[in-house]
Design a binder for this molecule. Structure first.
Ligand SMILES: NC(=O)c1ccc[n+]([C@@H]2O[C@H](COP(=O)([O-])OP(=O)(O)OC[C@H]3O[C@@H](n4cnc5c(N)ncnc54)[C@H](OP(=O)(O)O)[C@@H]3O)[C@@H](O)[C@H]2O)c1
Length: 337
């Protein structure tokens, strides 16, 4: 089969090659990959800045995929040939709390990913793809949408009528806005761009705050909530801005700490945290059962992923370059017709 192979770190070393089609072992599914979508993680792996010591030689990268089961290994019962499935990043985190070594079993590194004509997924980690979505659309779900869903529904225990704050207009935040709005919540978004705020308002965001023109954006969020703060904040920015997220979130509210776009360290002011009794919860995507619950919700509410551009299989390098430029919505690579 044709597969993109990471020969060494750097996009110049991502090469299209030929490798044998893998054969499914007991419990495994062979998937004809329809499409993959890119995340920051995939780019960081290619660039050699994401756990480089764990990256195997000739890795087939990219974790997020959708495709069709074309063969099954011995003893498979959850799926059959012809089923459409999603990959799930944390292939051994099925339900409940994560184990201590989940990152060692991630699709797309260290396990082979989906940037190939075929891939292997264990039946326990495969998820039925939404019936209402094409493979291109479904491929956007495994990291960005699931992280948003788990943060809002499982960790934030979001109720209709509550208020959510999403930061910026990237993949996680757009899905969070769509899911929260469909669930009957009010969504406030921040962005560096008024044009992007206008775009996310069309997707269910009620109010926008430009964090460039309003560096004290937490005060604007406070005003919009009558001084109370939002019920759930999805923090993708990280860095010292976490202090602003604490102030923008209600007393005893929840901050889902998802990202680190502005920095991996923070100097946290403890007194506001203590007085507001905020819960800050680190998020690393979700267990598979959350994915099982999310896809029927997306079908039910007719939620369509926002895709900036679909590239062909031969254009994988251009797709990575587009990701680096900062798309609005997801970058997809179509693999099979
Ligand atoms: N922990 C997890 O499970 C998990 C899962 C997925 C992603 N992540 C992490 O979450 C972050 C976001 O991921 P993504 O896929 O949504 O990224 P993305 O699609 O690349 O989104 C980036 C967007 O974030 C916004 N942004 C950048 N700096 C900001 C700031 N200081 N304040 C507010 N918004 C800011 C920008 O929006 P505007 O242009 O509108 O300003 C930018 O377009 C990344 O750090 C990623 O690694 C973590």
């Amino acid at each position: 089969m044709k597969a993109w192979l990471l020969k060494d770190f750097g996009l110049d070393n991502l090469e299209l090659g030929e490798v044998p089609v893998p054969s499914p072992q007991p419990g495994e599914l062979l998937i004809k990959v329809g499409a993959v979508s890119l995340n920051f993680r995939d780019k960081a792996i290619v660039d050699g800045i994401y756990e480089p010591h764990l990256v195997p030689k000739n890795l087939i990268p990219v974790s997020d995929a959708a495709g069709t089961v074309v063969a099954v290994g011995e003893g498979v019962t959850r799926f059959q040939v012809g089923d459409r499935v999603n990959s799930h990043l944390y292939s051994r985190w099925i339900d409940g709390e994560p184990g201590p070594d989940e990152p060692a079993w991630c699709i797309g590194m260290p396990l082979p990913g989906g940037l190939a004509e075929f891939m292997i997924i264990h039946e326990n980690s495969a998820v039925r793809a939404p019936a209402s979505m094409s493979d291109e659309e479904a491929s956007t779900l495994p990291i960005a949408a699931l992280t948003a869903w788990y943060s809002l529904m499982d960790v934030g225990r979001l109720q209709p009528g509550q208020t959510v704050l999403v930061q910026g207009t990237g993949g996680v935040s757009i899905f969070a806005a769509q899911i929260a709005a469909a669930h009957g919540a009010r969504v406030i978004a921040t962005s560096s761009s008024d044009a992007n705020l206008a775009k996310v308002k069309a997707l269910g965001v009620s109010e926008g705050v430009n964090y460039r023109t309003h560096p004290d954006w937490e005060q604007e969020v406070s005003k919009l909530t009558g001084g109370k703060g939002v019920d759930v904040t999805i923090d993708v920015a990280g860095g010292d801005g976490l202090n602003k997220s604490v102030l923008a979130t209600k007393a005893a509210g929840v901050i889902a700490q998802v990202g680190f776009l502005t920095g991996q360290t923070t100097r946290l002011q403890l007194m506001p945290l203590i007085f507001r009794q905020t819960t800050i919860r680190g998020i690393a995507v979700a267990p598979r059962t959350a994915f099982d619950r999310m896809n029927p919700f997306l079908d039910l509410h007719g939620i369509k992923p926002v895709i900036d551009k679909v590239y062909s299989f031969d254009e994988a390098v251009q797709a990575f370059q587009h990701l680096a430029r900062g798309p609005f919505g997801k970058i997809v690579i179509k693999i099979a017709g």
